[in-house]
Design a protein around this ligand. Structure first.
Ligand code: LLP
Length: 421
């Protein structure tokens, strides 16, 4: 469920007409709904009712400070994967003891930043990383709390580019080696083991792969405890999928996911952390764009938008489907026709949808890409010297620009000309 609905023939973001935002901000832009962000965060929080838990929003999905602050004020922790994300989370008011640091290649500098600023735990992904963290912590006279990310070798049954839990993926340490690596951790004075971490992939539409992985984590918890380790926290990663089409079969709900977690791991008495990103932000955001031209080609019509692959890369990168809807609701019974919906970037890959049925569209009409809140703005680039898309946050009948569109001058001023030119 989200808060982007038609009212009296016009698309609204909560209580704000999307066309009003377009008139003020210009297109393309991303718009997020506060109510949807909070609703999704609370669904996870409530799903884990009854167990000690922390929902750590995976801010890689949408990392604007205003979004982070919205969630932080509701009580969310954060999952960060870089020094930059760590500093953003802190700037949004997230206390260090609610931040977990994931990622396969943390640098010594990033480790120092997080240790000095305060951190709940590092999710360590390899032995060399653990040795490095030990050295950094010792050099600061500190002890780094860690979980070790295990790779359970399960098939997440998702797109190959976002599956992470198979043995051939670069993530975590093979679960079969876990006991040896935990034994090594126990020898390191700069390291304190607090638990186990697992994350098997993103946009999972079934519970079964999670359950297989979590059952392996349960077994490992008992083994490690028998080995003398104090396993008190389980970080279960993110990955629960969202419906990208309205017709599609719906992925499991957070409440079902939470029940499965309690069933599989509840007996262990551990504190549970989860790291959802997409489910919190995905359906809380739209990308709004204007039609530049409708071009009739050989046997097909192209709808050329002012948004492009640099603004929303998911269709080009993962063959992802995003519903595209007109901002003015089509009159009932209006005949739809197929369009190839494309951007202006000079690549054939800059195609959002092929032969997508839409009502007749003309230059200047506004369209919205649904489910664009996660992995949309954060993955945007300035390819073709196109400015990064602005972001807008709606809250009830108010809206605010939370990242403005840069001017071309600002973009050019980041370059410097060497003195020999
Ligand atoms: N935790 C870790 C360690 C992760 O690597 C990720 C996502 C998450 C949590 C959050 O997963 P989520 O709940 O959002 O599925 N750009 C891709 C998705 C990449 C996901 C990367 N890791 C896309 O647009 O589909």
């Amino acid at each position: 469920m989200d808060h982007f609905l038609y009212r009296n023939g016009a698309l609204y973001a909560e209580d704000v007409p999307v066309a009003d935002i377009a008139a003020e901000v210009g297109t393309p832009f991303y718009v997020y709904s506060t109510a949807t962000l909070l609703r999704h965060y609370r669904l996870f929080d409530e799903a884990l009712d009854g167990v000690d838990h922390l929902v750590c929003y995976a801010m890689k999905a949408a990392g604007n400070l205003a979004i982070l602050k919205t969630l932080a004020q509701a009580g969310a922790g954060m999952d960060v994967v870089s020094g930059g994300e760590y500093l953003r989370a802190r700037a949004a008011g997230v206390p260090g003891d609610k931040i977990v640091f994931s990622g396969v290649g943390k640098t010594a500098e990033e480790m120092r930043t997080a240790l000095q600023g305060g951190i709940r735990q590092f999710n360590v992904e390899s032995e060399p990383e653990m040795e490095q963290l030990n050295l950094v912590a010792q050099s600061l006279g500190m002890v780094a709390p860690i979980t070790i990310r295990v790779n359970p070798d399960v098939d997440a049954k998702t797109h190959a580019k976002i599956a992470t839990g198979k043995s051939e993926n670069k993530f975590g340490i093979p679960i079969a080696r876990a006991r040896a690596v935990y034994a090594r951790a126990a020898e390191l004075p700069g390291i304190e083991v607090v638990g186990i971490d697992v994350h098997i992939g993103s946009q999972l539409t079934q519970l079964e792969p999670f359950e297989l992985a979590y059952a392996k984590v349960a077994e490992l918890t008992e083994q490690l405890r028998a080995d003398g380790h104090h396993i008190r926290r389980l970080d279960l990663g993110g990955g629960l999928g969202i419906p990208y089409t309205r017709s599609n079969e719906a992925p499991p709900l957070p409440v079902e996911y939470g029940a499965m977690i309690k069933r599989t791991l509840g007996h262990l008495g551990c504190e549970i952390e989860i790291e959802p990103g997409r489910l919190i932000a995905g359906n809380a955001g739209l990308l709004v764009s204007s039609v530049i031209y409708m071009k009739s080609g050989e046997g097909r019509d192209f709808l050329i938008l002012d948004a492009a692959m640099n603004d929303l890369i998911r269709p080009a990168m993962y063959d992802a489907h995003h519903d595209i809807i007109p901002v003015i609701e089509p009159a009932p019974g209006v005949e739809q026709r197929p369009y190839d919906v494309v951007g202006p970037v000079c690549e054939t890959g800059d195609t959002f949808a092929r032969q997508r049925d839409l009502p007749p569209m003309a230059s200047g009409d506004l369209v919205a890409f649904r489910s664009a809140g996660a992995y949309g703005a954060v993955m945007a680039s300035e390819y073709n010297a196109r400015p990064l898309v602005p972001e807008v946050l709606v809250n009830g009948d108010q809206f605010a620009v939370i990242r403005r569109r840069p001017s071309f001058e600002e973009m050019m001023n980041r370059d410097t000309i060497p003195e020999w030119l």
